[in-house]
Design a protein around this ligand. Structure first.
Ligand code: AMP
Length: 219
């Protein structure tokens, strides 16, 4: 079955890790706006320079920029077999724009999966998070360590802490999440799409629960 899924949840809930695992299990495309922005920053493109000024402060990149990026990505051929949206939508206007885009494409969402994590755990997860500076894969020093400390299992790149995982910025990102993104739970609950999954367990257990909530056979 084709999954067209939005992953909701606070920063540090494990959206990136779970989106990768879901994409592997279902063959769907993993679309992470944060990863796309970070790549643009690394490549120092005009989009990257714009995005960086917001990301460094823990603020959201403006809706029109973000929606344009997602529209372009989801309109490509390889999104036809399904997608996992990770970090998008994050505001009500983004959610409405996504609805319009998917109805134009004739490919509505099949589920919205919320990763539910207690607040104190979010901070613990963010402070231990490391990311590969070459390929962008995520690790956690305690919960999901690489085989060799500081080195990416996938590509051998160096693992670093994200600039926006510093304490000050984390606090701001959590505020922005509560103000702008949390209302999307109601938005999707009203459409009958929302499934909330406890996400504090082992990554493989969380993946299984998400697949089952998404209605994937054999999960
Ligand atoms: P993430 O990796 O999803 O935590 O995203 C990192 C940063 O990228 C966010 O703090 C925002 O500055 C920016 N960003 C990612 N996705 C979005 C989005 N859907 N809307 C606006 N800004 C975003």
């Amino acid at each position: 079955m084709t999954v067209r899924v939005v992953l909701l949840g606070p920063p540090g809930a494990g959206k990136g890790t779970q989106a990768e695992r879901l994409a592997r299990a279902t063959g769907a495309l993993h679309v992470a706006t944060g990863d796309m922005f970070r790549q643009a920053v690394r490549e120092a493109t005009p989009l990257g320079r714009l995005a960086k000024s917001f990301m460094d402060r823990g603020e959201l990149v403006p809706d029109d920029v973000t929606v344009g990026l997602v529209r372009e990505r989801l309109s490509q051929e390889d999104a036809a077999g399904g997608f996992i949206l990770d970090g998008f939508p994050r505001t009500r206007p983004q959610a409405e724009a996504l609805d319009r885009l998917l109805s134009e494409l004739g490919r509505p969402l099949t589920a919205v999966l919320e990763l539910a994590v207690p607040d104190d755990e979010v901070v613990r997860r963010l402070s231990g998070r490391r990311v590969c500076e070459a390929c962008g894969r995520n690790y956690h020093v305690e919960f999901d360590p690489p085989a060799r400390p500081g080195v990416c299992d996938a590509c051998g790149g160096r693992l670093v802490q994200r600039d926006d995982d510093r304490e000050e910025t984390v606090r701001r990102r959590l505020e922005v999440y509560r103000r702008d993104t949390l209302p999307l739970r109601d938005f999707y609950a009203r459409r009958g799409l929302l499934r909330s999954v406890p996400a504090s367990g082992r990554p493989e257990d969380v993946t299984r629960a998400l697949l089952s909530a998404a209605g994937v056979e054999g999960a």
